[in-house]
Write a protein that binds this ligand. Structure first.
Ligand code: TYD
Length: 136
């Protein structure tokens, strides 16, 4: 899928003096059914995570706390998104090379995914990815 299909998605925000509330419905606020949730936390400053692509997985990433950058790359062009609020996230399509960096201290990255974990869905080799998308 092309890079333009990946995008920032703003989520509903119910403002309240007692604290704000945001919700996410699979197939509604994110364009896939949510089958799995995982999160990255206690990330040491200066670390990078997630330099790989997925063959079929759709994902949605949110900064639940703190901030970090998500870089999405379709093999031809890359786009960097800064995530720093829990009421929006980045939708990442299949066949998109992606990594996360610039983590603040205490950052928590929550990821919603369209399928359960499967190592067979990963492309971890950059050259293999570039060949698969026709960029090499
Ligand atoms: P990985 O996706 O490779 O993380 P990153 O690319 O950010 O370094 O996952 C790290 C390890 O965690 C890897 O051994 C697979 C395992 N893992 C699961 O078992 N289930 C999951 O849902 C995820 C995302 C990872």
């Amino acid at each position: 899928m092309p890079l333009r299909d990946c995008r920032r998605i703003d989520l509903p925000k119910i403002k309240d003096n007692r604290g704000n509330l945001t919700f996410i419905e699979g197939g509604n606020h994110v364009p896939f059914d949510i089958k799995r949730v995982y999160y990255l936390y206690d990330v040491p400053g200066g670390s990078d995570r997630g330099a790989h692509a997925h063959k079929g997985l759709h994902q949605f990433m949110i900064a639940m706390s703190g901030s970090f950058d998500v870089v999405l790359d379709d093999g031809f062009k890359e786009q960097r998104f800064h995530l720093n609020r829990s009421y929006f996230g980045i939708y990442s399509c299949p066949m998109m090379w992606r990594y996360l960096d610039n983590f603040s201290s205490g950052a928590v990255c929550m990821v919603m995914a369209s399928a359960r974990y499967s190592e067979g869905d990963y492309i971890r080799d950059r050259d293999e990815f570039l060949k698969a998308v026709g960029a090499r």
